[in-house]
Design a protein around this ligand. Sequence first.
Ligand code: NAP
Length: 697
Amino acid sequence: MLLSRVLPSNTTLLPTSHARAAPLRYRHVPAGGGAITVPVRRSFAMTIRARDAAPVLDVEPQPLKLLDRRTKLKIAVIGFGNFGQFLARTFAAQGHEILAYSRTDYSDTARSLGVAFFDDQNDLCEQQPDVVLLSTSILSAEAVLRSLPIQRLRRSTLFVDVLSVKEFPRNLFLQLLPPDFDILCTHPMFGPDSGKHGWAGLPFAYDKVRIGDSDDRVERCRAFLEIFDREGCRMVEMSCAEHDETAAEIQFLTHTIGRVLAKLDLKSTPINTKGYETLLNLVQNTCSDSYELYNGLFIYNKNSTELIEKLNGALDTTKKELFERLHGIFRKQLWLPTGLVFRSNLCVTQMLLSGVLPSNTTLLPTSSHTRVAPLRYRHVSAGGAITVPVLRRSAMTIQAREAAPVLDIEPQPLKLLDRRTKLKIAVIGFGNFGQFLARTFAAQGHEILAYSRTDYSDTARSLGAAFFDNQHDLCEQHPDVVLLSTSILSAEAVLRSLPIQRLRRSTLFVDVLSVKEFPRNLFLQLLPPDFDILCTHPMFGPESGKHGWAGLPFVYDKVRIGDSDDRIERCRAFLEIFEREGCRMVEMSCAEHDETAAEIQFLTHTIGRVLAKLDLKSTPINTKGYETLLNLVQNTCSDSYELYNGLFIYNKNSTELIEKLDDALDTMKKELFQRLHGIFRKQLFESSGRRSIDAGK
Ligand code: NAP
């Protein structure tokens, strides 16, 4: 409150003498000596005492020189760091005269930009610039402004700031600048990274806090704003309070997501999805800004604590939903012994589901373990029993269920494929993704058959596909390829229900599930050995692939392809569909895929779904980073929750990943709050020191 000027800055915080257990309160002691109590959060309180009021300058009024009609301005940039230099480049390019002052010596950079650098603020102020532009870090703004010899400026000078929060500098200016100075608070909603290819279309927020009504002053303000207007910025006039309610909040959120992800040390992979690339870009964009900037957004935005708690809450809810669902599946499979470690159960279920443990196993609790004793898992294979250590503190007896019956189908001759390699492809699971793929298959001239739980006959007709509501009928058509495109969660049941005895024994089975070890193990377990198996993952979807598939990664693993020419040719012909569309073909094992792809997808979807819970709205001043987040929400949430859930359950690394994300957010919060606490402690210490000095006088 103090920092963001809800309380005036000429106040000092003094601890009240309340006991630790009693709820603390804040007291505000105004200049006169009285005291009011300001309740601040339930568990804190301090006495706030007014410091000496800032001296009011007594500057002789000087006539304001009429601005050159070409409206060239003399602009002094105070704080010539990253952003100050970025702005100065364009100011200079538009022919304005630029002076600069900064804590660090940037005289070489200034020279290269045609800017006059001053290492003494007095010298700079004596140049009597038309505009003083404050471009320091948010955290240092007050100290820098207080140190400026403003008495050397023309009294009418226009003060502008470009800080990423607005109420704070507004109140600071109003408090520290004598009433004759003009004040314009602005926020270019872009930075050296997002604005590197020009500023056209990027939002520029401003608030004419105090502009004298003489023509000169009005014209000077207009001339300054025109700099941004000319570059094509979208000019948005809004109050500082309004800005902070939206802009500071969305910026803080964007930076927080970027910095939390940075802690996960994400790596680019050869099979990045578009969504994952969005995350990588976000990390790069936000982390190229200084930590000071991020910290300022936190400290000087009174909504930031609430926002970070909301983010935390959204992550917790997402986790809860995922774990509850997993737990539901687990409960169905198991009788849960008391005292079993929950997280370990999840890991075992994930191992079981993703095929690390064979799926024809049942988990049975061992009987003798107590809550404190370390639990272990025992794997009982077809007769014997082995112990599978799963995390250090867990154990279960895993007993083999009856083996799946091996089908005994008469071998049938494999018809030689048409040399034009047109395939008859049966799409099993004709939902969102199945239809999306079928559209391109059909466009390439392949014959499409479709089966799904739901009746999609109209859609199928419009795509030129034959829809079957009976699996037997479909299988009797003897497709060359059976493509499994059901949800991950339903894949096993759907495959088990297929009358595969009606297919040609040599049929090629393909899946497009977003996890790969699970369908691989399922196929190997449920399909007789004569069937060919190709596991694939198009790393794109109806949203990211709507403008074509060129350059998008397609992962495949030839799990079992018979070595006759026909079979090799059929597999090649199927892969060629994607190759022809320009996909980047990546051959990798299912295990390798799950280690990277399933993980990055799960992370991308988790961020999208966590953000969706915050109910983010588009604003007139969206930053590019924030737009990235909005797109991510749209892209991930247009996929079904089933898909997301499948990514979680059938990827054995997902529990660990979500825990890492949680830890990263916790660390981030800790760092932010520690810093805030540090500033708070410093204020307290300084003020108590000042009191001791005062007392000694
Ligand atoms: P999805 O929700 O994962 O799957 C929907 C499909 O699963 C529909 O065909 C649906 O049939 C079927 N299904 C769901 N529950 C079923 C049940 N109990 N019994 C029978 N069928 C059931 O969404 P999707 O986007 O269409 O994805 C399909 C597959 O492609 C998934 O395995 C996914 O991982 C993979 N994939 C998707 C994308 C993508 O961007 N969307 C990208 C690559 C891979 P009905 O519609 O007939 O109910």
